[in-house]
Design a protein. Structure first.
Length: 150
């Protein structure tokens, strides 16, 4: 799978750990984040990641900042992106099964490396269930174009 990963300064170590982990599993990794611990604005990382995934250059994205919240907010400002900020494996799996999320986000200051790996595994192994969930995901995406018409 082609996996794009982006991060701010708070998540450089976790990003590098995950790149090794995912490469070991045979995935192709595109590193869109910062590689230094100098202060780096998460909106840039999120926007870059969202655009990359929307353009179809990666199958899924992973966004990491201190909490996972800022980068997920930024990703979700890109039309076509469904970024889910998760700290547990159930939510990470459901984000794909029910919400067809195309980006998984989490916080390097919230979870540890082992949890990060299990979240990524849960996300990658889950499949969108379609059916009634597809209708609801379409409804979510419609908000992008008709936000004042409810
Ligand atoms: C950076 O200090 C921090 O604000 C950022 O990593 C993230 O947690 C924002 O949501």
């Amino acid at each position: 799978m082609r996996i794009a990963i982006a991060n701010d300064h708070a998540a450089v170590d976790m990003k590098n750990m995950l790149i090794d982990y995912l490469k070991e599993k045979g995935h192709t990794i595109i590193n869109l984040g910062t590689d230094t611990k100098e202060s780096y604005d998460y909106p840039l990382a999120g926007a870059r990641l969202g655009l990359y995934v929307r353009e179809g250059k990666a199958d899924i994205g992973i966004g990491i900042c201190g909490t996972g919240i800022g980068i997920s907010l930024a990703c979700n400002k890109i039309r076509g992106i469904r970024a889910a900020c998760c700290s547990d494996t159930f939510s990470a799996a459901m984000a794909r099964e029910h919400n067809n999320a195309n980006i998984l986000c989490f916080g390097a200051r919230v979870i540890g490396d082992e949890t990060a790996k299990t979240l990524v595994d849960a996300f990658l192994n889950a499949k969108f269930q379609g059916g009634k969930h597809a209708r609801r995901v379409s409804m979510v995406m419609d908000i992008e174009t008709r936000e004042t018409k409810y």
